[in-house]
Ligand binder design. Sequence first.
Ligand SMILES: O=C(O)CCC(=O)C(=O)O
Ligand SMILES: [Fe+2]
Length: 365
Amino acid sequence: MVAKVASRVEILAKSGLSEIPAEYIRPESERLDLGDAFETAKKGAEDQLGPQLPVVDLQALQSGDEAARRACVEEVRRAASEWGVMHITNHGMKPELVERLRKVGKEFFDLPVEEKERYANDQASGKIQGYGSKLANNASGQLEWQDYFFHLIFPEEKIDVSIWPKQPEEYIEVTAEFGKQLRVVVTKLLEALSEGLGLEKGKLDSELGGSKDLLLQMKINYYPVCPQPDLALGVEAHTDISALSFILHNMVPGLQVFYDGKWVTAECIPDALIVHVGDSLEILSNGRYKSVLHRGLVNKEKIRISWAVFCEPPKETILLRPLEELLADGTPPNFPPRTFDQHIQHKLFKKNNPEAATPPTTATD
Ligand SMILES: O=C(O)CCC(=O)C(=O)O
Ligand SMILES: [Fe+2]
């Protein structure tokens, strides 16, 4: 078999084509409401009907005022339970650092494609870090309108800066610092989420590997302008396999989350970070926190860039299963025990075999 070479969406977009290749055209069922979300989002929140993602101010988590702190924990709990996603403000991450992260990521993607190719990943040989584009290896053979750069940013002992962009020069310093500071935010949020489940505050963090083994993996998603945004998706609808995912972006709308039977376009809120609950946290919490279904739209006018950071447990050494404390009252577990790796394999299998009978041990997901 001839190895598949990924074609870069950036090259397609720059070629000036007016119709996108067939592999990028989503099936009819996915296209119903793709067209005008960008236009709607541009008009501003006032014009958007219906509910909006919750915005949670984390300031009070550090507060000496116990009532205020508890109220904040409750807001986090509620957002993670009802939506599985929230904007967080006053999270402690310095706006200047976030701005520098945006700058170095954009400068990397501004390089010519040939320069970026020097960092190309090789999914077939398991080299997943680096510059890439989706290969048509799923059942439908569908592609997404994006290129990306993927690499581990924390813990420091596990990162391999030799595969990180060397241009712009500041990339490594800024991104490593971002990883360190984001880890502090992760700790804080996991503490609030543990407390929201009635658990000891360090519980979720340690169940996910703690300071040594919980990984922060960053994916910079680069969505070029698309001549037919009503036919394509930047990222198809999915839930993240992570415990939590953090998203920041270049203030171009495109992220949608599925809530109450509808796709809701996330507003662009300066200095806020978006946090998703992913599958791993859904499993540990026995479904009390929801792994949110989401997707990314593209548009005709503006390049969109997002930085997604996935907080993941180690692949094989931890068994993800609903925490015992949450089953003590006789509540049955809603998920079978699986390592993170087994969860990934199971999800892939289900995606590629939608008709397959679900084995008895997996009856609940
Ligand atoms: O671009 C976005 O806002 C979302 C990206 C995303 O869902 C992902 O990378 O998993
Ligand atoms: Fe995602």
